[in-house]
Design a protein around this ligand. Structure first.
Ligand SMILES: Nc1ncnc2c1ncn2[C@@H]1O[C@H](COP(=O)(O)OP(=O)(O)OP(=O)(O)O)[C@@H](O)[C@H]1O
Length: 262
C-alpha cells in the first residue's frame, strides 16, 4: 500500500483539559495516485490527522508508512497546502516558489521548476508580482505551485479553497483536477464541503467524533468531470449528508449540555 495508517490514535495533553483523545483506531490505506477527501464535523480531528501525515504532529499510538517506510517527521515527500496560503510577502511569486527548493536544486533548476509549476497554475504572467498584489485564489495557486515544485509523493491539502468565493473555488477545482491528472500525485484533501468532496474525489472518508473515528469510506465511482446535477452526484451527497448530520447534531448536543450544566 502506498500510504498506510494503522491503529492510529492521537491524545493531546494540556494543563487545562488534561488528556484529550481526539481520535483512535484510525486505519486508512491509500493507493498511489488516489484522490481521497476527509469530511467530518468540526473538531473530529481532520486537520490533526493531516498534520500527522505531514509529520507535524506525533502519533500517540499506531504507525504510519509511506511506500513501506515508517514516517514520523516532516519530509519533502509530503507537500502541504493550508487554507491560508502562508506566502512570504517580502518575496515575489517566483521567489516564494523557489524558496523551499534552495537546498534541493541548483538555482537554475529551482527557477525552472518554479516557472514550470507557475505555468501549470496559470500564473506565469505574475511571477514578478508580490503576493499581496494577487487575489486570494491566485495566492492559493502560488501555494499549490510551491508545494508541487518540491515534487512530493503526497499532496496534503487542508481546506485549501475554504476561504475563497464560490466562483473562484469552481475554477480551482477544475485546475486541481488537471494538475492531479498531469502530475499523478496522491492527494489527501480535508474539506467541510460535501459537494467539493464528491466532485473531486475517488474516495470520501467520513469521520465521526467524540472520539474521532472513521465511520464511512465511499468510493465515488462517477466519471469526471462531474456535474452537480448528475443523479449519482446528488445521491452520494444525500447519503453523506444524512450520515454527517447525525455526527454534527451529536457535537451540538454535547456543547449545549455543557453550557446548561449548572
Ligand atoms: N495542539 C493542540 N493541543 C491541544 N488540542 C488540540 C491541538 N490541536 C488540536 N486540538 C484539538 O483537537 C481537536 C481536533 O482539532 P482539529 O483541528 O484536528 O479538528 P478538525 O476536524 O480539523 O476541525 P475543523 O473542521 O473545525 O477545522 C479539537 O478539539 C482541537 O481543539
Amino acid at each position: 500500500m502506498f500510504l498506510e495508517l494503522k491503529d492510529v490514535a492521537k491524545t493531546f495533553t494540556g494543563e487545562k483539559q488534561g488528556a484529550f483523545e481526539v481520535f483512535s483506531d484510525i486505519d486508512l490505506s491509500i493507493e498511489e495516485n488516489q484522490f481521497v477527501s476527509i469530511l467530518g464535523p468540526s473538531g473530529c480531528g481532520k486537520s490533526t490527522l493531516l498534520a500527522m501525515v505531514a509529520g507535524l504532529e506525533s502519533l500517540t499510538e499506531g504507525e504510519m508508512k509511506l511506500e513501506g517506510e515508517q514516517v514520523n517527521s516532516p519530509g519533502p515527500d509530503r507537500g502541504m497546502v493550508f487554507q491560508e496560503p502562508s506566502l512570504f510577502p517580502w518575496l515575489n511569486v517566483q521567489e516564494n516558489v523557489t524558496f523551499p527548493l534552495k537546498h534541493m536544486y541548483s538555482k537554475a533548476e529551482a527557477q525552472k521548476r518554479a516557472n514550470d509549476f507557475l505555468k501549470m497554475v496559470h500564473l506565469s504572467r505574475f511571477k514578478e508580482h508580490y503576493t499581496y498584489e494577487l487575489s486570494g485564489g491566485m495566492q492559493q495557486r502560488v501555494a499549490i505551485a510551491r508545494a508541487l515544485a518540491m515534487d512530493p509523493k503526497v499532496l496534503l491539502m487542508d481546506e485549501p479553497f475554504g476561504a475563497l468565493d464560490e466562483q473562484t473555488r469552481h475554477i480551482l477545482h477544475d485546475e486541481l483536477m488537471t494538475i492531479w491528472r498531469e502530475t499523478q500525485k496522491t492527494i489527501l484533501f480535508v474539506t467541510h464541503s460535501i459537494q467539493e468532496a464528491v466532485k473531486l474525489s475517488d474516495r470520501v472518508v467520513v469521520m465521526g467524533t467524540r472520539p474521532g473515528k472513521i465511520i464511512a469510506d465511499y468510493s465515488i465511482d462517477i466519471p469526471r468531470p462531474r456535474h452537480r446535477d448528475h443523479p449519482d452526484v446528488i445521491q452520494y451527497e444525500k447519503q453523506i449528508m444524512s450520515l454527517l448530520e447525525v455526527e454534527i447534531n451529536k457535537v451540538l448536543k454535547e456543547e449545549l449540555n455543557y453550557e446548561n450544566r449548572d
